[in-house]
Design a protein around this ligand. Structure first.
Ligand code: SF4
Ligand code: FE
Length: 494
C-alpha cells in the first residue's frame, strides 16, 4: 500500500471497532465523537502534510528496508540529517495543529527498539531483531500509526514490580505458550492510543532479578481481544460537546491520552521482541526516553510559535503592541522557544551511529533539552497570560455574543482597536486560554513537565552522562593538582 490519505487513515481507525469508554459509557461512533475527533484530526495532519510537495523532505524519508518513500513517522533514522529533519517536522506539525499530534511515540519506540533488539540478539543469541525488521516494514508499507506504550501505573513506587500487592500494576507475562505469550496489566496516559492501529508495549523501568515476566516488549493490533481504552479527561473538554466554535479556542485540533488495559491479551511469538531479558530493559527505557526528549525540542516549539503569535495578536488588537514592555515580553518568549529548538537540533546534530546501523541522538543533550522543556513553556505561558490580560478568563460565551439583545452590548464593551472586529479579539484570547489552561494545556504545560519522563528522570541521566571525572581532570591539569608546592621545589633544587 502507498501512503494513506487522511480520510483513509480515519476510516481505518473507525474500522478497528475499538472498545473505548468515556464518562462511564462505551463510545460507539468514536471517530466522530466531538471530544475525540479533534485529536484524530491532529494525527491525520501527519498524513495530510505528507501529501504536499513543499513538505516532502521533512514528512517523507527513504526506507532503508525497501528503498521506497515512507512517512517519516515510520522511518528508522539513518543519519544525523534524519534526526534533524525529525525535529523540524515536529515543529511544523506543532505549528499546524497547536496541539499534540501523537504519532511521535510510535516513531520513537521503533527507533529505540531497532538498536535494542539488535543488542539483545548479539548478547543472548535470540532472534528479536529480524522479527522487528519484519514488523517495521509492515508499519512502513501500510503507513500505520503505532502507539508507543511505556508507562505502567506503578502502584507503590517504593516496591519492585513483582513485590506489588497487585501483580498487574506493571504489565507482565502471565502465560508462556508454544505459540506466544499472554499478558496482563495496563499502560497509563497513553498518547494517541485510540488513534493508533498498532500498540508497541515496552517496560517502564530497568528490571531486576525476579522481575523477568515484567521485562516484556511486543506489538499488537490495537483491537486485539482483551484491550480496553478508558479515555482521559482534559481541562474544559466538555466545551467540545457544546454547539459552540469560539469557546473551545482551537476548534479543529486537540490531543489525546488514555488508560489502556490489557486483560489477558495473546501475542504470537513473531510479535514479541523481549521476554525476560532484564539486562536490556534499562537500555530500552533510556533510548526511547532519549528520542522522546529530543521530540519535545520540536513539537513544543511549534505549539510555542502559535502561542507567541497569539500573544502578539492580542497585543495588536488591544493597541498595546508598541509598548516597550510588550515588545520585550515577546522577545523573551521567542528567546525561550528558540532555546528549546536549539536543544532539539543540537542533540540531533550530535547523534551517532549504533552497532545496529541506525542513528541515536546525543543522550546528554536530549536530556538537557527535555529539562528545559519542563521549565520554559511555563514561562512562555505566563508571559502569554500577562499579555492576554484578564479578559481571557472573564469574557462571556459565544452564546452571549450571538444573542440578539446581549450580543451588541458584548461587542461594544469588549472592543479593542476599532478596526478589529470584537469577535476576532475574543477568538485569539480563547486560543491563548486553550493553550495555557484548556485542552491543549495538557500537551503544552503538564506534558512538558511529565511527558517523556518527569524532571528528576532527566537529572539522573544528566548526572550519568556528565562525565564529571573528565571535567575534574581538566580542572586538575590547569590548577596543577599533584605538582609539588613551589617552596618545596625550591628546597629540592638547592
Ligand atoms: Fe509528539 Fe510532542 Fe505529542 Fe510527544 S507530546 S507525541 S513528541 S506531539
Ligand atoms: Fe508526549
Amino acid at each position: 500500500m502507498a501512503l494513506r490519505t487522511p480520510d483513509e487513515y480515519i476510516k481505518s481507525i473507525a474500522d478497528l471497532g475499538l472498545e473505548i469508554y468515556m464518562f462511564g459509557e462505551k463510545v460507539e461512533d468514536y471517530t466522530n465523537h466531538p471530544i475525540i475527533r479533534p485529536s484524530l484530526n491532529s494525527m491525520a495532519m501527519t498524513y495530510e502534510l505528507a501529501q504536499y510537495p513543499e513538505y516532502e523532505s521533512l514528512m517523507l524519508a527513504t526506507s532503508h528496508l525497501t528503498g521506497t518513500k515512507v512517512n517519516r513517522f515510520t522511518h528508522i533514522h539513518q543519519s544525523t540529517d534524519d534526526l534533524v529533519k525529525k525535529v523540524k517536522m515536529q515543529r511544523l506539525l506543532g505549528q499546524k495543529t497547536g496541539a499534540c499530534f501523537q504519532r511521535c511515540v510510535g516513531m520513537d519506540a521503533i527507533n529505540a527498539l531497532w538498536s535494542v533488539t539488535y543488542d539483545i540478539d548479539q548478547a543472548e543469541g535470540t532472534e528479536y531483531h529480524q522479527r522487528f525488521r519484519t514488523y517495521v516494514q509492515y508499519l512502513q508499507e501500510n503507513d500505520l500509526v503505532a502507539d508507543g506504550a511505556m508507562t505502567d501505573p506503578k502502584g507503590d513506587r517504593g516496591l519492585a514490580p513483582s513485590q506489588q500487592s497487585d501483580p498487574d500494576l506493571y504489565l507482565h507475562i502471565v502465560e508462556r505458550r508454544a505459540d506466544g505469550i499472554v499478558v496482563r496489566g495496563a499502560k497509563a496516559h497513553q498518547t494517541g492510543a485510540c488513534n493508533s492501529q498498532e500498540i508497541i508495549v515496552m517496560p517502564t523501568i530497568a528490571m531486576r532479578e525476579s522481575d523477568e515476566d515484567y521485562a516484556v516488549t511486543f506489538s499488537t493490533p490495537a483491537n486485539a481481544d482483551g484491550i480496553t481504552y478508558i479515555y482521559g479527561r482534559q481541562s474544559s473538554d466538555t466545551r467540545k460537546l457544546e454547539d459552540n466554535d469560539l469557546d473551545v479556542g482551537n476548534k479543529r485540533f486537540g490531543g489525546q491520552e488514555a488508560l489502556v488495559v490489557f486483560d489477558d491479551v495473546f501475542v504470537p511469538w513473531e510479535r514479541v521482541y523481549m521476554a525476560g531479558e532484564i539486562a536490556h530493559s534499562g537500555a530500552l527505557v533510556e533510548r526511547f526516553a532519549g528520542f522522546h526528549r529530543q521530540s519535545y525540542g520540536g513539537c513544543k516549539v511549534g505549539v510555542g510559535d502559535v502561542l507567541i503569535g497569539a500573544a502578539a495578536l492580542a497585543a495588536d488588537y488591544n493597541g498595546a503592541a508598541k509598548a516597550s514592555h510588550v515588545k520585550d515580553k515577546l522577545i523573551e518568549m521567542t528567546h525561550l522557544n528558540e532555546t528549546l529548538f536549539s536543544c532539539g537540533l543540537a542533540c540531533s546534530h550530535e547523534g551517532h551511529q549504533m552497532p545496529a546501523g541506525n542513528y541515536q541522538i546525543d543522550m546528554l543533550l536530549a536530556n538537557v533539552c527535555k529539562q528545559n522543556v519542563t521549565r520554559f513553556p511555563y514561562e512562555i505561558a505566563r508571559l502569554a497570560e500577562d499579555l492576554a490580560g484578564g479578559l481571557m478568563v472573564t469574557m462571556p460565551s459565544e452564546q452571549d455574543l450571538a444573542d440578539e439583545k446581549i450580543g451588541p452590548i458584548v461587542e461594544k464593551y469588549l472592543a479593542g482597536q476599532s478596526a478589529v472586529p470584537t469577535i476576532d479579539r475574543l477568538r485569539v484570547l480563547r486560543l491563548i486560554e486553550n493553550l495555557t489552561l484548556g485542552t491543549a494545556a495538557v500537551g503544552y504545560r503538564t506534558e512538558s513537565m511529565h511527558g517523556a519522563g518527569s524532571p528528576q528522570a532527566q537529572r539522573i541521566m544528566i548526572s550519568r552522562q556528565s562525565n564529571m571525572e573528565h571535567k575534574k581532570e581538566l580542572a586538575r591539569a590547569l590548577a596543577g593538582v599533584g605538582q609539588p608546592a613551589k617552596a618545596k621545589r625550591a628546597a629540592a633544587s638547592r
